[in-house]
Design a protein around this ligand. Structure first.
Ligand code: NDP
Length: 500
């Protein structure tokens, strides 16, 4: 905090973190440290330990012991709920601190980071209720001498590998639900955005989570992450990130212990806008859907599929909206669009903007990298004259780049929406319920929005169809995903002998 102006500013010296095993920080010792520069300011803000595969072994052993001795899974749902509720309370108290470090490492606007942390409090509260209500089934129809129970048991040690776009939100869409049934965990955040995952470890310890139930290893995906994929003592792994690494996750599971997997991968998500929509609302939603988090969302609405009769007018409405969005210092309370999180991602987005023009699309607005002093920023960009075969219309750019594709009939709009390997999310904008519901039924996507976008909450499951992934996170679905079903068949009375 800059005391003279009371505006937030980056720290004068970077904050150092250890990694977290058995309920406490472990110092770097002679391990290397990685320095993270704020993408919004270009100055060093954190120093994190580059863990080794041996550190992964240590963290997994801690989680294994904590699972096997039942210090967490053996508690009642009510006792686990009490810890999750306390975690929500501590997180609420420390929300500003979490939002600050999230903004510094990720580059997202502080107002957005605060809202995300607020949402995460709700996830812990909701998951606490699920810890109490999780239950199985019984079969009382097995004849007078028998009965069957179906129970849900935690899977065991769960590894979670998270990306840099929503380091805290994506973590909290998983952790409380995974903990609700009694699993223990090892989390590996992206090397560039690890601070808030470590803060969550502190918060959980403060809330009374037993030692060893939640551990954090930091460092590169290619070493630390890879060691987790191959680990024989990790029973389930939740991976969120690129489709390319997702394939490596599946391969490694097959070559190791067939660990159960949850995968949330890429998206090239359609926003279908009919001429009968409230066009002002739809334009605002489409602008939000592509520029929120600088388009670095797996669920960003990057393909605008719009009815031809309004395509020009609507494209202009969206471009005008985007031109008014406030880009700049992520620590400024009024900023709406912050920095691009990594240098590599910055280059990727600029590469696609150039490629779109090379392919013959027309750059309607944006496309430049404005200078806001120190950080890396890209203006929201809109392309027209796009054809469905162009790379900018097919590949996940993961940046604020919108492609406009016109359609003539509803059937054509649905076919265009489904013309992708992905199936993560989709939106439709129409005041005609028949059209909206038909489109919602026929578009292949794990999340679907009608007259809104990027909406959800702790109750609502998330996850993808097709190459966007496997499994569901959040809500009761997210809790059940991290359980395994056991059937218990019980006979009573005298056995009917097989050998007499
Ligand atoms: P990655 O898939 O490489 O990174 C996601 C997570 O996986 C990070 O924690 C990363 O660690 C880790 N990781 C990387 N390699 C391995 C590995 N071999 N084994 C285990 N874990 C690994 O995504 P990028 O950060 O490189 O982004 C590339 C593209 O992926 C983006 O342009 C975007 O298209 C897509 N993406 C999609 C996301 C989504 O939410 N669906 C999120 C992020 C990216 P570390 O970062 O420390 O190397």
């Amino acid at each position: 905090m800059d005391k003279a102006t009371s505006r937030l500013s980056p720290p004068e010296t970077p904050r150092s973190f250890g990694f977290y095993v058995d309920g406490r920080y472990i110092d770097a010792g002679n391990r290397e440290m990685a320095v993270r520069n704020s993408p919004g300011h270009g100055v060093p803000v954190t120093k994190l330990v580059k863990c080794t595969p041996a550190d992964v072994d240590m963290a997994v052993a801690s989680a294994r012991k904590a699972f096997d001795d039942r210090r967490w899974s053996g508690l009642s749902g009510a006792d686990r709920a009490a810890v999750l509720l306390k975690a929500a309370e501590v997180l609420r108290e420390r929300a500003e601190e979490v939002a600050y470090w999230e903004t510094l490492e990720n580059g997202k606007p502080i107002s957005q980071a605060r809202a995300e942390v607020g949402g995460c409090v709700g996830m812990f509260e909701y998951a606490a209720g699920l810890a109490r209500s999780l239950h199985g089934d019984t079969f009382n129809n097995t004849g007078d001498g028998a009965m069957a129970l179906v129970t849900r048991e935690p899977v065991g040690v769960v590894g979670v590998i998270t990306p840099w776009n929503f380091p805290f939100l994506i973590l909290c869409e998983r952790v409380p639900y995974i903990l609700a049934s009694g699993n223990t965990m090892v989390a590996k955040p992206s090397e560039v955005t690890s601070a808030t995952t470590l803060l969550l470890a502190e918060i959980l310890t403060e809330a009374g989570l037993p030692q060893g139930v939640f551990n954090v290893v930091t460092g590169a995906g290619s070493t630390v992450g890879q060691a987790m994929l191959e680990h024989m003592q990790i029973d389930m792994l939740s991976f969120t990130g690129s489709t390319a690494v997702g394939r490596a996750v599946v391969e490694a599971a097959g070559k190791s212990n067939f660990k159960k997997l949850g995968l949330e991968l890429g998206g090239k998500n359609p926003q279908i806008v009919f001429a009968d929509a409230d066009l002002e609302d739809a334009a605002d939603g489409v602008a939000f859907g592509i520029a929120f988090n600088t388009g670095q969302c797996c669920v960003s609405g990057s393909r605008l599929i719009v009815e031809r009769s309004i395509a020009d007018k609507f494209g202009k409405l969206v471009a005008d909206k985007l031109a008014k969005a406030r880009i700049g210092d992520p620590l400024d309370e009024t900023t709406q669009i912050g920095a691009i999180t990594t240098d590599a991602q910055n280059s990727t987005i600029l590469h696609y903007i150039a490629k779109g023009q090379d392919e013959g699309a027309t750059l309607m607005s944006g496309g430049t990298a404005p200078d806001h002093g120190g950080g890396q920023f890209i203006e929201p960009t809109v392309f027209t004259d796009v054809t469905p075969d162009m790379a900018i219309a097919r590949e996940e750019i993961f940046g604020p780049v919108l492609t406009i594709l016109p359609f003539d009939t509803m059937e054509e709009a649905i076919a265009m929406a489904n013309d992708t390997e992905y199936g993560l999310a989709a939106s439709v904008w129409s005041k005609n319920i028949d059209k909206a519901m038909t489109v919602s039924r026929q578009v292949q996507a794990g999340r679907f929005w009608v007259n809104t976008t990027l909406a959800g909450g702790p109750e609502i499951p998330i996850g993808g169809f097709k190459a966007s992934g496997w499994g569901r996170e959040a809500g009761i679905y997210g809790v059940e995903e991290y359980t395994q079903v056991k059937s218990v068949f019980i006979e009573f009375g005298k056995r009917d002998h097989w050998i007499s």
